[in-house]
Design a protein around this ligand. Structure first.
Ligand SMILES: [Zn+2]
Length: 84
């Protein structure tokens, strides 16, 4: 079901592919992508399930685990307006 997370590495993502992270505790939604994931630390060798396991909600006092999902490219234009 979540097999794509263990079969895709960050380096396999296209530059335009957006990933969605939703907090399992407070439902805070965040977006990330390859360049953001590799900005401070090079995470290109990590599988996406490892990214998911390491992601923590940045909401104050939450720090909950995040659920990672792939934003389909054909939906991307609809999301751009909502991005910070
Ligand atoms: Zn949260």
């Amino acid at each position: 079901m979540s097999g794509w997370k263990t079969s895709y590495k960050v380096s396999d993502l296209s530059d335009k592919q957006q990933l969605e992270l939703i907090c399992r505790q407070c439902n805070r939604l965040a977006y990330t992508n390859k360049s953001m994931l590799c900005e401070k630390i090079d995470r290109s060798h990590l599988y996406l399930d490892e990214i998911e396991k390491r992601a923590r909600c940045k909401a104050r006092g939450c720090g909950g685990l995040m659920r990672l999902s792939m934003v389909r490219l054909d939906e991307l234009s609809g999301f751009v307006g909502g991005m910070a």
